[in-house]
Design a protein around this ligand. Structure first.
Ligand SMILES: *Cc1c(COP(=O)(O)O)cnc(C)c1O
Length: 384
């Protein structure tokens, strides 16, 4: 389709010129770089990018250009990707369960920061990971969890030690000569700073229980993107709350802070352009993309309602909006978006439905199930 070579003004221009029949992910590098600078200027510590949310090379390259100097990696593939695209950047291997082969890969690659949430996995690290690499101390960060608060999705059900166990792991790592730090991940799409506050308070308690001052505190990802029209994320107030809570809990002896946003950095830099295959008997809308494609996350964390509908000539549909059921293209009945979405009454076959803020957990989880999912990429100056 030639979508790779050109920079378009906006999604409407792509629609007018190409009338694409497959889903297109429109990426705005300037939006990504602006968001990265917002984190770099506002967050009171080191900003690392959680690669899993969108590992597109263009994303990594634009983040490096904007000044991002660290990455949260979870697999040998992601370690190598960042080693190739950002060779000077820090790589934090923050997947708390790894095979011995994966640990060996991280050691060969000179990984300096590891997370852990159990005694068994800590033992594996002790066996394989040196305490120093080229004169630099190697960090081990117990990851702890609390009951979920304020998150759209419960990350604690898979990873994270209880505070008691985290205190044991912190002490053991320190005794063994590693740089002992702490990490947590409050969940994803956390719009309320309370999600971080309670974790930071418990981090202080864990340090007291262990009798160890954590060198760094990684406050995870979870920073929200703009998914719902009326709820614009307020990143600066979250950054301020994090800084204030750390000062309140740790005083002058505060650990250096790190964050590892995925969604909060990449999501709003993309819009997903889908096409209407049919409006079944004037009611249900069938799109050429759905939960096996770029909209995989919606049944898990809720709809994106920042939606525009354009004609094949790129003109906005302006009819009154009413709730419609939206289905994806596959023959699987789970391939539908949750609830109903408000779409203009004059929506018609061959129109385009644009989902804004769709850059996280979408490009990377797209499948070819049932022969659909031939997603392409395009670069845009912006979204208006
Ligand atoms: C997925 C993940 C992140 C990023 O989460 P977002 O909600 O996309 O910001 C950060 N840290 C860890 C450990 C993760 O697993």
């Amino acid at each position: 389709m030639g979508t790779q070579k050109t920079v378009w003004d906006n999604p409407a221009e792509i629609i007018r010129h190409l009338q694409p029949d497959h889903p297109v992910m429109a990426f705005a590098p300037t939006v990504l770089q602006d968001r990265a600078r917002q984190f770099l200027d506002g967050f009171p510590g080191l900003v690392t990018y959680a690669v899993k949310s969108n590992p597109d090379e263009a994303v990594i390259q634009n983040l490096v250009t904007a000044g991002i100097q660290g990455f949260d990696v979870a697999s040998p593939f992601e370690i190598d990707l960042i080693g190739r695209l950002a060779p000077r950047a820090a790589r934090h291997y923050h997947n708390p369960v790894r095979s011995r082969r994966e640990i060996a890969h991280g050691v060969r690659e000179g990984i300096l920061a590891w997370s852990v949430d159990s005694r068994s996995e800590l033992e594996k690290l002790f066996e394989q990971v040196p305490t120093q690499v080229d004169g630099q101390g190697v960090e081990i960060s117990p990851r702890f969890k609390l009951p979920v608060l304020g998150a759209a999705y419960d990350f604690g059900s898979k990873f994270g030690a209880t505070p008691d166990l985290a205190a044991d792991l912190l002490r053991l790592a320190a005794e063994r000569g590693y740089v002992a730090s702490l990490t947590f991940h409050p969940g994803t799409q956390c719009t309320d700073p309370i999600a971080w506050e309670s974790y930071i308070r418990v981090a202080r308690e864990i340090c007291d229980m262990a009798g160890v001052r954590a060198r760094r505190l990684n406050v995870g990802g979870g920073f929200p993107s703009h998914r719902v029209v009326g709820v614009e994320p307020d990143l600066q107030s979250i950054f301020t709350e994090i800084a204030d809570t750390v000062t309140e809990c740790f005083g002058d002896d505060a650990p250096a802070l790190v964050c590892e946003p995925g969604r909060g950095l990449c999501a709003d830099a993309y819009a997903l352009i889908t096409r209407v295959k049919g409006v079944r008997d004037g009611t249900d809308v069938f799109l050429n993309d759905g939960v096996y494609g770029g909209l995989a996350e919606l049944p898990i964390i809720g709809n994106i309602d920042r939606i525009e509908v354009l004609t094949p000539q790129g003109k906005p549909r302006t009819g009154d909006r009413n709730g419609r059921v939206i289905f994806g293209p596959t023959c699987d009945s789970v391939d539908r978006l949750p609830g109903e979405l408000a779409l203009p009454d004059d929506i018609a076959e061959d129109d385009y439905v644009i989902f804004h803020g769709a850059g996280a957990y979408s490009v990377v989880t797209n499948t070819r199930f049932n022969g659909f999912g031939a997603m392409t990429r395009a670069t845009v100056m912006g979204f208006e």
